[in-house]
Design a protein around this ligand. Structure first.
Ligand code: HEM
Length: 455
């Protein structure tokens, strides 16, 4: 027997609990439904069961909705599940850095990069995060109109360039930022568009633009690395930490590896954090009660001083605002793995080659794990309720061996930026619903304009 979704029903699957998903087309499977609106499609799959068969083009696929199954997928990544290779756009920009690398190469790189983003190191980046937000606050005044997308992108870019590359002059920040922007935009287009389906060797105008942006990035990074090597002093940026990192054989990273890892950290951390902040302002603007509670905590904890790293732990409600934002608008919205021999989910053997999928978007909006899922309610995360949330029902940073390396960095950055700005201002985002567009990250579908209100 073979199911209409094309999942070969072999011996391993007899008696399995995999539910059939929506009907697909002969060759394309469910690809058209997925392509049209992937967020809605995953929510629809969720309605079919906790383990659902579907077809991603020719690939037999299983969607998992139960947090226990999601945990199986995440914790087994790199062991019994491979991540599908990333496309040419990623590889052109990020080289063979930790996001692109697989297997033993990935393990080595992860262990080299990890120490530079440990919570202890994040402490040393906190002042840059706060200072950058204070600089932005200095340019805002009551009644002013701001383009929230642009403001948050510029702020997180400044923080990323300063903390990763240790450069601070406006010209350096601009040059690096511009090259990264082009690269990031083109990766997003390639990821969301037809480029994702084309073989690597097909030249497209987008791929040519990515190549040109990568060349500029190469030159910029080489210039900054040379300056660091010449300077010799102990600097508190990520690049300096990578320059001194050694693997288990005592070898340093090569210049190419340094370039790949710094660019990877930038691309991995910049847009994800800026999107989170944009959605946070949108949600705060639509929920005056939460906005007041946030302002109350900032007044209580900070009074009229700026937040430092030690305030992160004290700003429990601000942290909850960020977590709740990441629940409703998880900037990375999908996870997938390819089953190797012996892969199981919930004790069910996945035939080799099966693509297993889950989605932060659909899981975070499942009423079984989050009652009234559409409501923005940071209180879900307080001491009384937070423990009731099932493990892997909320996974904006992924999980398992490939969990986001920048989790602490991103949380501290989002909390400090919100604390600096929301202590002084409320943003009134213009009326109207803003919908998410699932590109590389979950982006607002239009510009997000707001009026600044001084508190
Ligand atoms: C709110 C902000 C962020 C979100 C939602 C986020 C989310 C994620 C997720 C879901 C993954 C796993 C992807 C997978 O399935 O393989 C990931 C990986 C990664 N993230 Fe983040 N991230 C954020 C910020 C950052 C920041 C600030 C940095 C760097 C400072 C960073 C660096 C990385 C790296 C290097 C990886 C690859 C880890 C590996 O493959 O071993 N991220 N991130």
């Amino acid at each position: 027997m073979s199911t209409e979704t094309g999942l070969a029903a072999g011996a391993e699957l007899r008696g399995h609990p995999i539910a059939p998903g929506p009907k697909g087309l002969p060759l394309l499977g469910n690809l058209p439904q997925f392509g049209k609106d992937p967020l809605a499609f995953f929510e629809r799959l969720r309605g079919h069961g906790d383990m659902v068969a579907w077809r991603f083009g020719p690939n037999p696929s299983v969607y998992v909705a139960d947090p226990r199954y999601i945990g199986d997928l995440l914790t087994e990544t790199e062991r019994t599940f491979d991540q599908p290779a990333l496309g040419i756009a990623f590889r052109t920009v990020m080289g063979n850095g930790v996001v692109v690398a697989r297997g033993a190469d990935w393990r080595r790189k992860r262990s080299l990069v990890q120490p530079s983003v440990r919570p202890r190191q994040v402490r040393s980046y906190a002042a840059t995060m706060t200072d950058s937000a204070v600089e932005l606050a200095g340019t805002w005044s009551d009644g002013e109109r701001v383009d929230v997308k642009r403001a948050m992108a510029a702020l997180t870019q400044r923080i990323a360039v300063r903390t990763i590359f240790g450069v601070d002059t406006p010209a350096d920040v601009d040059a690096m930022g511009r090259a990264m922007d082009v690269a990031q935009r083109e990766i997003g287009k390639e990821f969301a568009g037809i480029g994702a389906l084309l073989p690597d060797w097909v030249p497209t105008p987008g791929r040519a633009r990515i190549k040109r942006a990568a060349a500029v990035i190469d030159a910029e990074v080489a210039r900054v690395v040379a300056r660091h090597r010449d300077g010799g002093e102990d600097r508190p940026d990520l690049l300096s930490r990578l320059l001194t990192a050694v693997d288990e054989t005592g070898a340093h990273l090569t210049d190419q590896e340094i370039r790949d890892e710094t660019v990877t950290l930038y691309i991995g951390g910049h847009e994800t954090t800026s999107s989170t902040l944009i959605w946070a302002w949108y949600l705060l603007s639509r929920n005056p009660r939460v906005r007041e509670a946030l302002a109350g905590e900032l007044d209580r904890v900070l009074g009229d001083r700026e937040p430092g790293f030690d305030d992160y732990a004290r700003l429990a409600y601000t942290q909850a605002v960020v977590k709740e934002t990441l629940r409703l608008y998880p900037t990375i919205w999908l996870v997938t793995g390819v089953a190797k021999a012996g892969a199981t989910i919930g004790g069910v053997t996945m035939p080799e080659g099966t693509r297993v999928w889950t989605s932060q978007w659909a899981t975070h909006r499942d009423p079984r794990w989050f009652p009234d899922p559409e409501e923005f309610r940071p209180e879900r995360w307080d001491a009384e309720h937070g423990d009731d949330i099932a493990e892997y029902a909320w996974f904006p940073f992924g999980g398992g061996p490939r969990v986001c390396l920048g989790t602490r960095f991103a949380m501290v950055e989002a909390v400090l930026v919100l604390a600096v700005l929301a202590r002084r201002f409320a943003l009134e985002v213009d009326p109207g619903v803003i919908n998410p567009v699932p590109s590389l990250t979950l982006q607002p579908d239009r510009e997000v304009m707001a009026t600044v209100r001084a508190r």
